[in-house]
Write a protein that binds this ligand. Structure first.
Ligand code: AMP
Length: 393
């Protein structure tokens, strides 16, 4: 089975490493300027040049059986054209929806999935009008090219709004969202095969710092029957609306009124890296199984599992040497805040797991920085401040 992955980051790396073990072959497609160190040695990397025809590209990729993606920021017209030559999963029309927050919100509204109060805004005037209706604090998120808290601005007070509007040079189409005071962040993760059968992983609890995922724990503790039924309801809504193939994450906030969907990730995702060590079948294998028409593997958790991200810290692999742990490094050059790797931990006891995760955070970041990271849950600021704080990494 030959598989091509659009993108050359760590998700492509982990997909290919898993696939090699299953006898699959890989090629990768990315832009001219993208760094491809993550996939070094795992298959040829084809650089896309504007104007290249789909047929030529398909041949350059080695005539794959299936094409998939490791990111949403891809040319969906090109993917649609490639469907003439091989399978492309998930369907480009689904990626097209998820790569734009406006389209994603329309989809959520149309299938009745509860989400945060929001409005589309395309100008300063529309922003002011939306703030009058939604109120402050709010978050302004660019419709495109926004992930891990990028291209997002926290508007807590009128002074923040004034600073933002005074400094904005070009207003890109955005979504203004109410800032939710959530109890925690939970991911619903499912895999669906070509035959329509699907399997759902246990709910995962995520902790973000400054908009970037820092830790995950699965199965998420304190899940009551109401949350479980909301999860089932959301899964059914997506499964009925989409002919989805592959792994899908539905990122949610748990609030006093239950789950609110924040965003969708139609691909393998950081919040499910714990599955590599703590689930019967990890997300990478299940994604490959799904897109290649194989039967899906079991999605049970094998205990209490945690994942700690290594953000912008090189040379940490020596200090991460705990029992029941597994280290993944992505072969990336270190830069402040950059995702360089992660550690998975498996215990049978949740308290023990949490102690070990805290120790792991201290080993990687040191005491003062851990305090800072823990205080910055879902952190957003106006751009200048965002830049200042990022130096802390
Ligand atoms: P996103 O890029 O939308 O995934 O946002 C990154 C992180 O920012 C989320 O995981 C949350 O921690 C936080 N966040 C995003 N949207 C909101 C919101 N409307 N209210 C509160 N926190 C948010």
């Amino acid at each position: 089975m030959k598989i091509s992955i659009v993108g050359t980051g760590q998700l492509a790396r982990m997909l290919a490493l898993e696939g090699w073990a299953m006898g699959m072959e890989f090629s990768f497609l990315d832009t001219l300027e993208a760094s491809s160190t993550c996939v070094e040695g795992l298959g040829p990397v084809i650089r896309y040049q504007a104007g290249t025809q789909a047929r030529e590209l398909y041949q350059q990729l080695g005539s794959p059986d299936v094409i998939t993606v490791e990111k949403e920021d891809v040319d969906t017209r090109l993917l649609t054209a490639l469907q003439e030559y091989c399978f492309v999963y998930p369907d480009p029309s689904i990626i097209h929806i998820c790569q734009h927050r406006g389209r994603e919100r329309e989809l959520l509204d149309s299938i009745g999935a509860p989400s945060v109060a929001h409005e589309k805004v395309s100008s300063v005037n529309e922003l002011h009008a939306a703030i009058r209706r939604i109120g402050l604090p709010a978050i302004l998120k660019s419709c495109e090219s926004g992930y891990d808290g990028q291209n997002q601005w926290s508007l807590e007070t009128q002074a923040d709004v004034d600073t933002f509007t005074e400094n904005v040079s070009e207003f890109t189409p955005s979504i203004l969202e109410s800032r939710v005071s959530f109890k925690r962040e939970l991911s619903i993760i499912l895999a669906r095969g070509v035959d329509g059968r699907y399997s759902v992983y246990p709910l995962t609890e995520n902790f973000h710092s400054k908009g970037v995922l820092l830790t995950s724990i699965a199965p998420a503790p304190n899940i009551d029957a109401l949350l479980l039924s909301q999860m089932d309801d959301l899964v059914m809504r997506f499964i009925s609306a989409w002919d989805y193939v592959g792994v899908l994450a539905i990122e949610c906030f748990e609030t006093d009124n239950g789950l609110l969907v924040n965003e969708l990730a139609p691909r393998v995702h950081n919040s499910r890296h714990w599955t590599q060590f703590g689930a019967d079948t990890n997300q990478f294998q299940n994604h490959l199984r799904a897109i290649s028409g194989m039967t899906l593997g079991q999605t049970h958790a094998r205990g209490c599992v945690g994942m700690v991200n290594i953000l912008g810290r090189a040379g940490t692999s020596d200090i991460i040497c705990h029992s029941n742990s597994q280290v993944h490094l992505y072969n990336k050059a270190p830069r402040p805040g950059r995702k360089l790797g992660h550690v998975n931990l498996l215990e049978q006891d949740r308290q023990r797991l949490e102690q070990k995760m805290n120790q792991m955070l201290l080993d990687i970041y040191g005491e003062s920085e851990v305090k800072l990271l823990k205080n910055m849950q879902g952190f957003f600021r106006i751009p200048e401040l965002q830049h200042d704080i990022s130096q802390a990494y």
